[in-house]
Design a binder for this molecule. Structure first.
Ligand code: HH2
Length: 293
């Protein structure tokens, strides 16, 4: 990863070893021949992986530990979007999120995204030092979110989801998941650009587990590069239920399967992997990338 407070368009646009460079706020990030590792912090009482749940005090410790373990970005969310989850109201989301963003910012300067579908929440987090917005609704839930990202020069993750978290696993259906996710992501990226977002600030994400069966998730992991359509891509597969469906393992025992998904991200030239296990993922990717070189 290189950090350049004054990125030039050419340095941000030059692809490095397969994965495209991108901007997160004013930071130019260049994947070093493998996906950058983004650590997950959840300011929630109910995120599906209990070890990712933090309050402000625990967030400072976890952020520091993740930085020491080799995290290159962090993502903080305050609303679980696991299958069957109900939305939290904006006030509660902000009450949970802000102290955690502030605590993370006090202990480390890593590039930081906030996982929210709400412009008001994102605005407050950007004011508190976040660099980007990770929107699992890809700008569909709040019409103010794309204009906010544009106005603030924020990084923007646009994720595919079929349905809503409350209902998405009821009966997901696709004729061709890779082609449909690719078309959706291309359309949302175009919408973001139309709202004024710099294309170098956009990452796309197939949304593993968001309105997908096991077969849909596997098709997207196989077809990740095609689904991304040439844009920098983020993959979030860490400890998700497709690993349990394949292996019978419960959430605390899904690290091995998560690393297999990280290998798929490396092979597809993904820019970022969003993970719960920073140390193991960094070591895995560093070694696998060296072998593949
Ligand atoms: N997955 C989760 C949440 N946010 N954002 C992106 N861009 N991509 C993902 O795959 C993704 C995401 C779900 O994981 P987690 O945050 O650990 O769980 P929960 O939603 O239960 O808090």
């Amino acid at each position: 990863m290189t950090r350049d407070p004054h990125p030039s368009p050419s340095s941000a646009a030059a692809p490095a070893s397969g994965a495209a460079a991108f901007l997160l706020g004013d930071r130019a990030l260049t994947p070093p021949g493998r996906p950058l590792v983004m650590g997950i912090l959840n300011a929630t009482p109910d995120s599906f992986h209990a070890a990712s749940r933090v309050d402000a005090r625990a967030a400072a410790d976890l952020a520091r530990a993740m930085a020491d373990a080799g995290a290159e970005l962090l993502d903080v969310g305050a609303e679980s979007t696991r299958p069957g989850s109900a939305p939290v109201d904006a006030e509660a989301e902000l009450r949970r999120l802000l102290p955690v963003v502030e605590a993370v910012r006090r202990v480390c300067d890593l590039p930081l995204t906030v996982d929210t579908r709400r412009a008001a929440v994102a605005r407050a987090a950007l004011d508190a030092g976040a660099d980007g917005i990770n929107d699992v609704s890809a700008g569909r839930d709040d019409p103010e979110l794309l204009p906010l990202a544009a106005a603030r020069g924020a990084g923007l993750v646009l994720m595919h989801m079929q349905g809503t978290p409350a209902t998405m696993q009821t009966a997901p259906a696709y004729a061709d998941p890779v082609a449909e996710v690719r078309a959706f992501l291309a359309g949302r990226a175009t919408a973001a650009e139309a709202a004024g977002v710099d294309p170098r600030r956009i990452l796309v994400d197939p949304g593993i587990g968001f309105g997908k069966t096991l077969e849909h998730n596997l098709a997207l992991l196989r077809g990740l590069a095609r689904a991304a359509g040439g844009r920098p891509c983020l993959l979030g597969a860490s400890r998700k239920s497709f690993i349990g469906r394949l292996t019978g393992a419960e959430t605390p025992d899904r690290l091995g399967g998560s690393l297999a998904a990280a290998a798929a991200a490396l092979d597809a030239g993904a820019a970022v992997v969003r993970v719960h296990d920073v140390a193991a993922t960094r070591q895995f990717l560093d070694v696998l990338a060296a072998i593949r070189r």
